[in-house]
Design a protein around this ligand. Structure first.
Ligand code: WT7
Length: 655
């Protein structure tokens, strides 16, 4: 459907047109999604658009079809646009760029695919990827797809233990990493972390190491190989493995309210149709667009809107290795100016931190190429929205606040540029084929407008996750049991008088820290493993930059109480970094004599959350508490901790 890319006008021109298409998509989903599937090249056509069993929660799309994700993202573009830039790598050092054409991409991906084959990777295997934002990371993702292996990308900011856990769960036999990562001039010792992660792990037979910094790293003979050397030895062609539509494309781990991270599975046909369709409409795609998605490939945003969406649509995508503040807070705008970026897609947390700096960092750059500004990951405040619109967009650009999740595969609520009028702070209206349903806590569906409740989706769509890797019953329990038979997102929302959606944030025990999902339970688990800890409770609190900060209440063991408090707290923070990664480090750790519990021993998070947010009243009925005095102790301790922090910050400022 390349002919559908219109020049000068929007993909959807008016609210009426959006409404007409939306109606069509929900009244005749089979017809609508059959048509959208024409965006892809199919090796063999499908016979059934969808086959859904809501009892077993079994979703199938484009059954009978065969295709390959790498072929769709790379090979099929060669004839028409082999010399077009597919990827622009913006290296860590400002001003350093490398352009990779679709033709070169095909050669490099094929080489990596041959390397993987040589090292024993076969169709239906899984390959773990623990890499910085370098072209080899994208090559490896696509190379896996080419030979029919599923990839599981682990964010390079996660710890060795977190990596190990994911490798074991995904049963990956090959790990692809780099000597070191480079972010904001700082080195991240990826190979060293990877070595620790696989220590004693029999399942990992081979580690392929991309050379980024040239550091001297420990390589084990017979197991570790330099990826680039191996690539040089391989041919630049590699046959395509044609996969069925429902063949696994990737597994991506994400946090839930309980237990360990879950491997969310996305399959080939439906995911790709959804990635391409949403990328086309939500970002109002034009043939010469330069698409700058600032997300890391370790997250779903990187998968869908840095790699698969743009490449399947034959666009140019920017791979940004650095951080928004290196060498100064003007870096995004520098990249946008240098590369003629048309579409910038980032997170509210980045916008909030950059908006605090002088506007001059933005305005000294020529940003006239920008047309669309997107945000994702958490609710955006009207202040941040307006700054993005007025200062970055110069009042000319469409702002698209896109709501979605790892599990939804792609954007599910967002305004279509030129068609749906925005309201700052609202993700606005559902994408085609998506039916939001709002439920009250008792499971009643709230009809009409001007209501507030739990956000669910009433029917499935091609990009919806199929299962949790290796644990389908957990998939059913996690998402389809709160409100039987309907997908529950874990978010709360309001539907306003005009039917616009305002996502208010998680209603479960998942924390959204700088747009990253972290389960309270995971942090508690990490803390509880430490020798000094008897018990812990982790809650979120409002944080100016991160959106949600992490607040941990910890009851120490008798022995630990004798030790230096500062040292113990430092050790606990270190523990969380080691078990999960720096992003999960608590902002505050409060040592408490006891954790607030009710008489049946249930932790009273509601109260702990209030105290962490400086709210010492409205606790509701506390008569069921095991020991109501504990609440007083905790409040006093909280006040002392906050006062101490403020004093030390003042001290720092005057020093
Ligand atoms: C959670 C999903 C999808 C890519 C990024 C995060 C929150 C996401 C928005 C938005 C309000 C949002 C939700 C959701 N979220 N986008 N536009 N407005 N909240 O993916 O790690 O799976 O996290 O992010 O709470 O459940 P994820």
């Amino acid at each position: 459907m390349k002919h559908e890319i219109k020049l000068h006008k929007h993909q959807v021109d008016s609210l009426e047109e959006y409404q007409r298409m939306y109606r069509l998509s929900v009244d005749d989903p089979v017809g609508f999604w059959r048509k959208q599937a024409e965006r892809l090249s199919w090796f063999h056509p499908f016979h059934t658009v969808r086959d859904i069993d809501m009892d077993e929660i079994d979703f199938g799309w484009y059954l009978g079809g065969r295709l390959n994700a790498c072929f769709n993202a790379v090979d099929r573009h060669i004839a028409e646009r082999g010399d077009k830039t597919a990827i622009i790598w913006a290296k860590d050092e400002p001003g350093e760029y490398e352009k990779i054409t679709y033709r070169k991409l095909k050669h490099q991906v094929s080489r990596v695919a041959n390397v993987l084959l040589k090292h024993g990777v076969r169709k239906n295997d899984t390959v773990a990827i623990y890499m910085p934002m370098i072209p080899e990371a994208v090559y490896t993702m696509l190379a896996c797809a080419r030979i029919g292996a599923a990839h599981t990308v682990v964010f390079a900011g996660f710890s060795g233990e977190a990596l190990r856990e994911r490798i074991i769960d995904a049963k990956a036999s090959v790990l692809v990493t780099a000597d070191q990562g480079l972010r904001g001039g700082r080195k991240v010792h990826l190979k060293a972390i990877a070595n620790r992660a696989v220590e004693g792990l029999g399942i990992v037979k081979c580690i392929l190491v991309a050379k980024r910094t040239g550091a001297d790293v420990e390589m084990r003979a017979g197991r570790d190989y330099w990826l680039n050397e191996e690539m040089d030895r391989e041919r630049s062609t590699c046959p395509i493995e044609w996969m069925s539509s429902e063949a696994p494309l990737f597994v991506l781990y994400t946090s839930g309210s309980t237990g360990k991270p879950k491997g969310v599975l996305h399959t080939t046909g439906g995911y790709l149709v959804y990635a391409a369709t949403t990328h086309h409409y939500v970002f109002d795609l034009k043939p010469d667009d330069v698409f700058f998605c600032t997300a890391d490939i370790g997250w779903i945003t990187g998968h869908t809107y840095l790699v698969y969406g743009p490449l399947v649509n034959g666009a140019t995508t920017v791979l940004f290795e650095s951080v928004p503040t290196y060498p100064d807070p003007g870096r995004f705008w520098q990249v946008a100016q240098d590369l003629g970026v048309t579409t910038l897609y980032t997170a509210p947390t980045a916008i909030r931190s950059l908006a605090r700096e002088s506007d001059e960092y933005v305005t000294k750059h020529d940003l006239s190429s920008l047309r669309i500004l997107g945000t994702v990951g958490e609710p955006i405040s009207p202040d941040a929205w307006n700054w993005f619109h007025d200062v970055v967009g110069g009042g000319r650009c469409s702002i698209v606040d896109t709501y979605w999740q790892t599990e939804t595969g792609g954007i599910v609520i967002a305004p279509l540029p030129g068609a749906v009028p925005a309201k700052p702070g609202s993700a606005t209206l559902p994408f085609f084929g998506i039916s939001p349903v709002v439920k009250d806590d008792d499971g009643n569906t709230l009809e009409g407008n001007d209501i507030e409740g739990n956000l669910c989706f009433g029917r499935t769509w091609p990009g919806h996750a199929r299962t949790i890797w290796g644990d389908h019953s957990r998939f059913k329990d996690t998402y389809f049991s709160h409100f039987p038979g309907i997908y529950f997102t874990g978010d709360g929302c309001r539907r306003d008088e005009e039917g616009y959606y305002w996502v208010t944030g998680r209603v479960d025990d998942v924390l959204n820290v700088s747009g990253h999902r972290i389960g309270s339970a995971e942090i508690e688990f990490a803390l509880n493993e430490h020798d000094c800890v008897s018990e812990s409770a982790v809650v979120g609190f409002n944080h100016e930059i991160k959106g949600t900060g992490i607040y941990a209440y910890v009851r120490l063991t008798e022995d630990a109480l004798q030790e230096d408090r500062e040292e113990v707290i430092g050790g606990l923070k270190q523990q969380v970094r080691q078990v999960i990664g720096p992003i999960a480090t608590p902002d505050y750790i409060q040592i408490v004599p006891d954790i607030v519990k009710n008489r049946s021993g249930k932790m009273m998070r509601r109260i702990l959350r209030k105290v962490a947010m400086n709210n010492y009243t409205d606790f509701g009925d506390i008569s069921t508490l095991l020991d109501p005095n504990v609440v007083e102790d905790i409040i006093e301790g909280h006040k002392a901790l906050i006062a101490e922090r403020e004093a030390s910050q003042k001290g720092k400022k005057t020093a």
